[in-house]
Design a protein around this ligand. Structure first.
Ligand SMILES: NC(=O)c1ccc[n+]([C@@H]2O[C@H](COP(=O)([O-])OP(=O)(O)OC[C@H]3O[C@@H](n4cnc5c(N)ncnc54)[C@H](OP(=O)(O)O)[C@@H]3O)[C@@H](O)[C@H]2O)c1
Length: 227
């Protein structure tokens, strides 16, 4: 169980749709300080928000962030990218880029912040996706499936040391990532972030933020093309 109230929170991809909401709801929940990490930080007009330059694919920038933000209690690995392209014929660079941002970003950040999180008995939130469990996101699905596995593995290592590790899973949500998507019902980012912080407070290891995600998760034991 991790409280946001009085905590120091770091959000990656803070300028994005969900990132902005993670910052906003941390402040509303009484966070002492929020590091709003982004490739191009902006002014938030709140003295509790500390803008931080951070590209999650830059290992030296991650190490620097861990030194500069040495008081973090809750690390929110939110930054992510979505690239189109088939696995067989698409650009391999796009598949690699999604793994760098969506898998190695959260993994390297968690490694860099782990000593502090252990000392603080803090928490990590990894924002994955319902596409961790549905392959039609192609390279994006590969990266989010890998993040799911990484989240489970990190929990095995960090939970015994007092760190809560939360995997957050969600379906289509109304953010710039889905600009132009008009034929799908979209979650409100405020509802998704509220569900994730609620799961954090309750001590959960997994948050399923919407009905679609709960249904897909429940269907995982089904076997495709079984004899
Ligand atoms: N929206 C959905 O339907 C949905 C569903 C499931 C999961 N998710 C996940 O939710 C998370 C947030 O996405 P969103 O929907 O809020 O999308 P978004 O509005 O596109 O925000 C993504 C943010 O990630 C940042 N980012 C990308 N690459 C980065 C890098 N190398 N270093 C640092 N920041 C980087 C972007 O920064 P810039 O502003 O610098 O580009 C942007 O602020 C992602 O992990 C996404 O995969 C979203």
């Amino acid at each position: 169980m991790t409280e946001i109230s009085d905590a120091v929170v770091l959000v990656t991809g803070a300028n994005g749709g969900l990132g902005t909401e993670f910052v906003r709801q941390a402040l509303a929940g009484g966070a002492k300080k929020v590091y709003a990490a982004a490739r191009s930080p902006r002014d938030w007009g709140d003295p509790r928000v500390v803008p931080l330059v951070l590209d999650v694919t830059d290992e030296s920038a991650i190490e620097r962030a861990a030194r500069d933000a040495a008081d973090v209690d809750v690390l929110v690995n939110n930054a992510g990218i979505l690239r189109q392209g088939d696995l067989v014929t698409g650009d391999v660079a796009d598949i690699r880029a999604q793994l760098e941002t969506n898998l190695f970003g959260p993994l390297l950040l968690t490694r860099a912040f782990a000593p502090r999180l252990v000392a603080a008995k803090g928490a990590v939130i990894n924002v994955a996706s319902v596409l961790s469990w549905l392959a039609w996101g192609k390279g994006y699905s590969i990266s989010k499936a890998a993040l799911w596995s990484a989240t489970e593995g990190l929990r095995l290592e960090l939970e015994p040391q007092g760190v809560q590790v939360v995997g957050a899973y969600l379906a289509f949500t109304d953010t710039p990532m889905n600009d132009g998507l008009t034929d799908q019902p979209l979650n409100d980012p405020a509802d998704v972030v509220a569900a994730i912080y609620d799961g954090l407070r309750r001590g959960h290891g997994e948050v399923l933020a919407d009905e679609t995600t709960r249904a897909v998760r429940a269907g995982l034991s089904r076997v495709a093309n079984a004899a």
